[in-house]
Design a protein around this ligand. Structure first.
Ligand code: IMP
Length: 436
C-alpha cells in the first residue's frame, strides 16, 4: 500500500510544483486534499510551463487520474477555465482523467466579494493579507453548515434554495461592510453552463482513492499552502482556513490515516512568506533582496512580492513533528549561491529563556528573538550537480546541517528550476534513488 503525502513544511511556496512533478511520474493517482485557488503550482513538463491553481499536478501526464478531494474549496469558474486552457494547449483527455469530489465545497461569487470586503476594511494590523479568492468565507460556510457542495450542482433548483439561505446568513455582514447582497438568480444563472461541464466529473473521491490504494496503485496526496499556514497548526490567526498538514490528507481525501505510507515535507533552503503575520527570521537587508531577486520570490497567484528570510530550524522541527515528516525535499539551494555567509536560526531567546522548540504562539512578541548560527557560503554554480558529492563542500555542509537540525533525512535536493537540476537521494514511491 503506498499513499505518499507531499506537504509544505513552511509558509507555502516551497517549490512543491517541481517536486510533485518529479514524483508524479511514479504516481498513478494524484489527489489534492485541501485549499483552493489560493494555491498556484507551476508545472513544467518538457517545454511546457503551466500555472494551475486547482487542478492536481498530475494533470499534464496523460495516464494520471487526478482527484479534487473533499477537503478542497473549488471555484467552478476557475476549474472550468483551467480545463479549457489545457484543452487549448492540446491536452485532450483531461476531463476523462478528472474526478471532482461531490463533497468538495464550492466557492461562489459572494465568497470572493466577502473576502475582498473584509480584507480592505480590516485595520492594517488585523488584515490577513489573503489571496482574496474567497477561501476563508467558503470554509466558514462549510463549518457554519450553510456551504454548497459540488454534488449539489446536479440539482440547481434545490441549490438555489440553499444559496438563498446562505445569502440570508451573510446579508448582515455584507451590508455592514458596505457590500451589496446579490439576488439568487445572479448566482445561479452563471452557474448553469459551469454545472453542465462539472456534473459529469463528479464522483465519490473517497471510494476511488481507497480502491486505488487497495489495488496497489501508487497514490500521491498533494497538499497546498504549508504547515505554518494550517488553520490548527499555523501562526493563527494569520493562516489559511484549511488543514494543510499531512493529517489533513486523510480527511481531505477521505481515507484512513493508516493508508499513508510516507510523508514527504518540502522546504526551501531559506524561508519566505506572503501576506501578514509573524516571520522572525525575516530580512530587510541586502541578503533578503538577494533571496527575493535570485529566488524570483513573487506570488504565482497574486504576483505579490514574498517576504524573505533565513532558514528556521525550530520551525522545520515543528513541521517534522506535526506532519510526521519521513523525509525532506530541499528546494532552491542554488539561490544561496553568492552569499558570503549563510545564517540559520537554531533556537529562540524568549522571556522564559532559550528554547530549541518553535515558540509558535509567542512569535509576535518582540522579545522573542531567533538565535543564529553562521555558516560559510559558496560561489560555485550548483545547477549541474546530480549527486551530493558534486556540490561544493560548503553547500554539502549546509545540507548536512539542515538534515541534522531538522532531525529527518533529506530525500531530494533541488539545485535549479529545471527538472534535471535535481539530486534524488530517495524516491518514496519506489524506495530507491531514481534519476530525474
Ligand atoms: P487565504 O488562503 O487566501 O485565505 O489567505 C490566508 C493566508 O494564507 C495569507 O497570508 C495568504 O498569503 C496565505 N496563502 C494562501 N495560499 C497561499 C499559497 O499558496 N502560498 C503562500 N501563501 C498562501
Amino acid at each position: 500500500m503506498s499513499a505518499v503525502v507531499i506537504v509544505g513544511a513552511q509558509w507555502g511556496d516551497e517549490g512543491k510544483g517541481k517536486i510533485v512533478d518529479i514524483y508524479t511520474e511514479f504516481a498513478e493517482v494524484v489527489v489534492r486534499y485541501a485549499g483552493g485557488p489560493n494555491a498556484g503550482h507551476t508545472l513544467v513538463v518538457g517545454d511546457e510551463k503551466l500555472i494551475v491553481r486547482l487542478l492536481p499536478s498530475g494533470i499534464l501526464r496523460r495516464e494520471t487520474l487526478c482527484v479534487l478531494g473533499q477537503g478542497m474549496v473549488v471555484d467552478p469558474q476557475v476549474l472550468v477555465g483551467e480545463i479549457d486552457e489545457l484543452r487549448r494547449r492540446g491536452h485532450e483527455n483531461v476531463e476523462e482523467r478528472l474526478l471532482l469530489s461531490e463533497r468538495a465545497h464550492l466557492i461562489l461569487p459572494y465568497h470572493i466579494e466577502l473576502d475582498s470586503l473584509r480584507e480592505s476594511s480590516a485595520p492594517q494590523d488585523r488584515a490577513i493579507g489573503t489571496t482574496k479568492k474567497g477561501i476563508g468565507p467558503a470554509y466558514e460556510d462549510k463549518v457554519r453548515r450553510t456551504g454548497i457542495r459540488a454534488g449539489e450542482l446536479r440539482d440547481l433548483d434545490r441549490l438555489a434554495q440553499r444559496v438563498a439561505a446562505a445569502l440570508e446568513a451573510w446579508a448582515p455582514t455584507m451590508k455592514a461592510l458596505g457590500g451589496r447582497v446579490p439576488e439568487v438568480s445572479e448566482i445561479i444563472e452563471p452557474l448553469r453552463p459551469l454545472a453542465a461541464r462539472l456534473v459529469p466529473l463528479l464522483g465519490n473521491a473517497s471510494v476511488v482513492t481507497e480502491e486505488a490504494i487497495r489495488s496497489g496503485k501508487r497514490v500521491m496526496l498533494e497538499g497546498a499552502q504549508g504547515t505554518l499556514l494550517d488553520v490548527d497548526h499555523g501562526t493563527y490567526p494569520f493562516v489559511t482556513s484549511s488543514s494543510a498538514v499531512a493529517g489533513g490528507a486523510a480527511i481531505g481525501a477521505g481515507i484512513g490515516p493508516n493508508r499513508i505510507s510516507t510523508v514527504l515535507g518540502i522546504t526551501k533552503a531559506y524561508t519566505t512568506r506572503v501576506g501578514s503575520g509573524p516571520f522572525p527570521t525575516e530580512l530587510d537587508d541586502e541578503d533578503g533582496k538577494h533571496l527575493q531577486k535570485v529566488g524570483d520570490e513573487f506570488g504565482s497567484v497574486t504576483r505579490r512580492p514574498r517576504r524573505t528570510g533565513w532558514l528556521d530550524l525550530p520551525a522545520l522541527r515543528y513541521a517534522a513533528r506535526v506532519n510526521g515528516i519521513d523525509g525532506l525535499a530541499l528546494t532552491k539551494l542554488d539561490v544561496l549561491t553568492g552569499l558570503e555567509k549563510v545564517k540559520v536560526c537554531v533556537a529562540y531567546d524568549t522571556p522564559q529563556g532559550r528554547v530549541t522548540d518553535l515558540p509558535i504562539d509567542q512569535l509576535d512578541d518582540e522579545r522573542v528573538r531567533p538565535v543564529y548560527e553562521e555558516l560559510e557560503g559558496w560561489t560555485e554554480n550548483l545547477e549541474g550537480a546530480r549527486v551530493l558529492e558534486q556540490l561544493p563542500p560548503a553547500a554539502r555542509n549546509y545540507v548536512r546541517f539542515l538534515e541534522e537540525g531538522a532531525g529527518v533525512p533529506v530525500y531530494l535536493v533541488s539545485v535549479g528550476p529545471s527538472r534535471a537540476a535535481t539530486i534524488v537521494l530517495h524516491n518514496p514511491f519506489v524506495g530507491r534513488a531514481a534519476a530525474p
